[in-house]
Design a protein. Structure first.
Length: 121
């Protein structure tokens, strides 16, 4: 894992294996200066319906119970676990057409509040 600070904020980059797959993904986690407790996670490789228009992962809904989402106090290792689980679900979905896990409708109107609070990068 590498860490850097940019004009955007604090950036972590890591290569993560996708469980039950031979895939390895390049992950970029950004904690923006303006929103230091909400990570924006992007990953290389094929997309899925569980990514936002800007390519960031949609790993949870901002109003999900704490047990289903990451919060800053959980620290970085737990966030990497969320990312890895999401990558496994994407891989499964691409192979079998089935999403393993909870889903939230993605047709909600975008507002400044939801784009900052969504918790996905």
């Amino acid at each position: 894992m590498t860490t850097s600070t940019t004009d955007e904020g604090r950036v972590y980059t890591v290569r993560l294996p996708v469980p039950e797959s031979r895939e390895i993904r390049n992950v970029r986690i950004l904690f923006r200066r303006s929103s230091t407790e909400i990570p924006r996670v992007t990953v290389d490789g094929p997309s899925s319906p569980h990514r936002y228009d800007d390519g960031t992962l949609c790993m949870w809904h901002p109003w999900d119970p704490r047990a289903r989402r990451w919060v800053f106090d959980d620290q970085l290792l737990k966030l990497l676990g969320h990312v890895q689980l999401h990558l496994f679900r994407e891989s499964w979905w691409r192979q079998r057409g089935e999403w393993l896990g909870p889903e939230t409708p993605h047709a909600e109107p975008k507002t400044e509040e939801t784009s900052d609070a969504r918790g996905a990068v």
